[in-house]
Structures are given as C-alpha cells and as structure tokens.
Design a protein around this ligand. Structure first.
Ligand SMILES: NC(=O)c1ccc[n+]([C@@H]2O[C@H](COP(=O)([O-])OP(=O)(O)OC[C@H]3O[C@@H](n4cnc5c(N)ncnc54)[C@H](OP(=O)(O)O)[C@@H]3O)[C@@H](O)[C@H]2O)c1
Length: 235
C-alpha cells in the first residue's frame, strides 16, 4: 500500500512508538488521527495530524469514535491500556496480574469496533512485546498478555481475510516515555535490561515504527508477528 493520501488512525499515537508511527505516516502523506486519553502530550504535530481523546478501555467510547471517524485505510493500536505487573508469579498480586490484561482489552475494543471501518485492502496493526516468546524473570504478566495479543491477531487474521490484513509488531526494550526515570539512572536501567541482547542497547521508537510501516505497506503480510527487538529472542 502506498500510504500517501490514505486515512490512518493510531490509538496510543501521542507518545513513544505510537507517536513515531503517527509522525512516519504523516511524513509519508497519510492523514492521521492520533488518539489517547491526554493527546496534548504529543506536542506540536504536522498539519495532516489531528488528535482525539479516548480511553481504549471504554468500549462504547471507542465504538462511537470509530463510527464518527468513518472509513480508514490504516488502523494501528500501540496504546498500553493500563499498568503492568512485574515480579515472580508465585508472589504476584492477582488484581495486578489481571489488570495487566487491560492492554489486551484495549486492543480487542479497537479491533472489534474498528475492523468494519477499515477499507478493502487496508490493515490493522497491534504492538505486543518480546517477553511473549522469551519471558525473562518477573515478566510473567507481560508474557501472558503479549501471547494473548499475538494469538488474537493470528485468529482474527483468518476471519478478516482476504478483505483486510492484521499483524502485530513485537518490540524489545525501547527508549520511550513509558520509562519515567531520567539521566544516568535511565542509562543504567537500559544497559541492564539489554545486556543479554545480541544488540545490547535500547531500540528507538522510530525503529519500531519502521516495522509497523513495513506491515502496513506490504500487502502480502497477514497474521504475522514482526520482531524489532535487538535479538532479545536469542538472548
Ligand atoms: N517501550 C518498550 O520498551 C516496550 C517494549 C515492549 C512492548 N511495548 C509496547 O509498545 C506499546 C507502546 O509503548 P510505548 O513504549 O510507546 O509507551 P508510551 O510512550 O507510554 O505510550 C503509550 C501510549 O498509549 C496511550 N494510552 C495508554 N493507555 C491508554 C488508554 N487506556 N486509552 C488510550 N490511550 C492510552 C498513551 O497516552 P495517554 O496516557 O494520553 O492515554 C500513549 O499515547 C505498548 O503496547 C507497550 O506495551 C513497549
């Protein structure tokens, strides 16, 4: 697909990976709607980007917004949805574990209420995470949710084919505002988190957005997970 002049909707498109995707789509000439709960965090955006406020966990609001936006060629969700429980499973607070699945419920709302608005030949792209297929200590919740996202994409791909495509991009450790600490503490954290990767550094949001743009543009890719993870899976 040539993205120039296409209509794109990016949930979570106001920060990190989603914002990089918004900017890359806009630079390619797409008309983009970037959505999150507080979209002003995106800062200045190109003229062909508009923003909307919506919580992906509010199914009725997601449905109403997508009905209002009308047909779109490109639908992406990188919205984290909520928090993530970290730590050993046998010590885990089960409410925290369950709420980690907010990411899945947000994605499910976007796919359920968005797929019917995606034009023939268009695509949906979601974002999972490397722990899905190589879970490191303390990442049981991340791994469980990521696997659920990837399984949902493979299952829905059959249902929406051949009219539209759906894929998932799986990042490793990426330097985004998701990590709040700054300065030397941030550098030390990323060094520690990536020391076992084949490429021992944090990736950039742009590197993941390039993976997202690949599955959007390539009309022969569906039901696939594209890893952009610095070799996490072999670490
Ligand atoms: N960064 C990493 O190392 C990494 C690694 C693996 C996977 N991932 C995945 O990649 C995706 C993007 O992460 P990121 O690092 O780019 O995070 P980020 O910079 O924190 O951006 C998350 C975006 O999601 C939006 N969002 C969160 N909850 C929302 C909700 N309930 N409703 C609507 N929008 C919501 C946020 O905006 P508002 O707060 O304004 O709503 C923001 O625009 C996530 O699914 C994350 O799990 C990230």
């Amino acid at each position: 697909m040539n993205i120039s002049g296409k209509r794109a909707v990016v949930f979570g498109g106001t920060s990190g990976i989603g914002l990089a995707t918004t900017q890359m789509l806009a630079a390619g000439g797409a008309m983009v709607t970037a959505i999150s709960r507080n979209p002003s965090k995106a800062g200045p955006l190109p003229a062909n980007v508009m923003t909307q406020s919506c919580d992906v966990l509010d199914g009725a609001a997601v449905e109403a917004l997508l009905n209002n936006l009308g047909p779109m060629d490109i639908l992406v969700s990188a919205a984290t949805g909520g928090g993530r429980a970290i730590g050993p499973f046998l010590e885990m607070d089960m409410d925290g574990f369950k709420s980690s699945f907010d990411k899945l419920w947000g994605y499910a709302n976007v796919v359920r209420y968005g797929a019917g608005h995606v034009t023939d030949g268009g695509s949906i792209t979601l974002v999972s995470g490397a722990p899905a297929r190589n879970c490191r200590p303390g990442q049981i919740a991340l791994s469980s949710v990521g696997n659920a996202v990837e399984a949902m994409v493979r299952a829905v791909a059959r249902e929406v084919a051949p009219r539209i495509r759906i894929n998932v991009v799986s990042p490793g450790t990426i330097d985004t505002p998701m990590v709040p600490v700054q300065g030397a503490e941030r550098e030390a954290l990323y060094d520690k988190m990536t020391q076992d990767n084949l490429i021992p550094r944090a990736g950039t949001a742009n590197e993941v957005a390039e993976g997202i743009l690949f599955v959007i543009k390539n009309g022969f890719v569906t039901g696939t997970t594209v890893d952009v993870d610095g070799g996490w899976l072999l670490g």
